[in-house]
Write a protein of this length. Structure first.
Length: 388
């Protein structure tokens, strides 16, 4: 046993391995994933995601076992024989995974979201590791709607989205398609739609580019019994998934709550433009403070220049964020430090954030370069970025 598991696999090589993945919604909180490989593999390796696979995945193929590890989880046959097909049952798993995407989420009307990225891995063939080129086929439960973002007309970076299974059909809001939880309060719904439309117009003009991928926006409501207001967002490709909760979501409208939601929307949408490249940009090599702190700075600029926030609101946000970074000792070591201190780093450059990020996006897109401090420094050093 030990021998087979300890084979050192050092390099990725070869073409991606074509894999058909059929994902069937078999019960409200259960899916079945059937993997069919174009060539046999000795094991299937996935990047670990907390306890996700250990707790929510059950192998259905006889003789195949899941080994959950620190860095990787792997599926392989107990007898070491090559595999062509593997089936796994996947249960809903809504634990907060920190920096990682939420694995699954639910809407109050029974709709479900599942992040397909966690179904992607690598196929191992002897010492060779090949990325999966997964082609997903989705099958719903009964006559529910099954949805993933439309295939973009222009080339985009490869991303794996969330899939939606549920009773709704998306509605058009400007150029975006939206799926909103019916439990969303009127003020939250209005704010989401209004800020999405206005920031979309602002970012398109300021960054001088339309999105390569049409936006699919999903907002789920959860945990409305908890005190306060809890809002989170995640961007995958042309998709934004919001999760809103807390008792304050359902209580009366107020400007403070609108401002918090507006900032989140502007932040998440900034990622859409940061990611609006064919390659490069946000990647595993790029330090997270760049895209998170950058999104905070782009959001503040956008909220001010589009007239959504007053100068006082903008100053209050900037002051609070800088104070938070100071409290965190100007370090990127904490989750909030990445945002607050990333924002501080951009503030300290004393440049207009719009031309800087416009050039960063263009550099990534044309050269395939990942966002880096060196890229920022060289663009700033060009000296044409001084704020008016
Ligand atoms: Zn972000």
């Amino acid at each position: 046993m030990g021998l087979a598991m300890s084979v050192a696999v050092s390099a990725h090589a070869g073409e991606p391995l074509p894999v058909q993945v059929r994902l069937t919604h078999v019960a409200p909180d259960t899916w079945r994933a059937d993997y069919q490989f174009s060539q046999p593999v000795t094991s299937i390796r996935f990047k670990s995601v907390g306890e996700l696979r250990k707790s929510a995945w059950k192998v259905l193929t006889p003789g195949v076992a899941l080994a959950a590890g620190e860095a990787y989880d792997a599926l392989s046959a107990a007898d070491g024989k090559p595999l062509r097909q593997v089936s796994v049952e996947i249960s809903a798993f809504e634990q907060d995974l920190g920096k990682q995407y939420l694995a699954t989420d639910k809407l109050s009307d029974g709709g479900r979201l599942i992040y397909l990225g966690f179904l992607q891995g690598e196929g191992q063939q002897g010492k060779l590791l090949r990325d999966m080129a997964a082609n997903f086929t989705l099958a719903g439960l009964g006559n529910e709607t099954v949805l993933v973002p439309a295939k973009p007309a222009t080339p985009v970076k490869d991303t794996t989205p969330y899939a939606y299974f549920g009773p709704q059909t998306p509605v058009a809001a400007g150029e975006a398609q939206v799926l909103l939880d019916p439990k969303l309060s009127a003020w939250a719904k209005e704010t989401l739609l209004d800020i999405t439309a206005r920031m979309s117009a602002y970012y398109s003009t300021a960054y001088q580019q339309k999105l390569r991928q049409p936006l699919l926006l999903v907002a789920a409501v959860s945990d409305t019994s908890m005190p306060g207001l809890s809002i989170k967002g995640g961007v995958v490709g042309g998709q934004i998934v919001y999760r809103l909760g807390g008792a304050a979501l359902l209580t009366a409208d107020n400007p403070q709550k609108r401002a918090i939601l507006a900032e989140l929307v502007a932040h998440e949408m900034a990622h859409l433009w940061q990611n609006n490249v064919r390659h490069g940009g946000i990647s595993e090599q790029s330090p997270p403070w760049i895209h998170e702190g950058g999104a905070e700075a782009m959001a503040l600029d956008g909220l001010l220049r589009s007239g959504i926030w007053s100068a006082e609101q903008g100053k209050a946000f900037a002051d609070a964020t800088l104070a938070e970074c100071e409290k965190l000792e100007h370090s990127f070591d904490t989750y909030r430090g990445i945002y607050a201190c990333g924002f501080e780093r951009f503030s300290k450059l004393k440049v207009d954030i719009v031309p800087l990020w416009r050039d960063m996006i263009a550099t990534a897109d044309s050269k395939g370069e990942a966002y880096s401090e060196a890229m920022i420094n060289s663009l700033v050093a060009r000296g044409d970025k001084a704020a008016p």
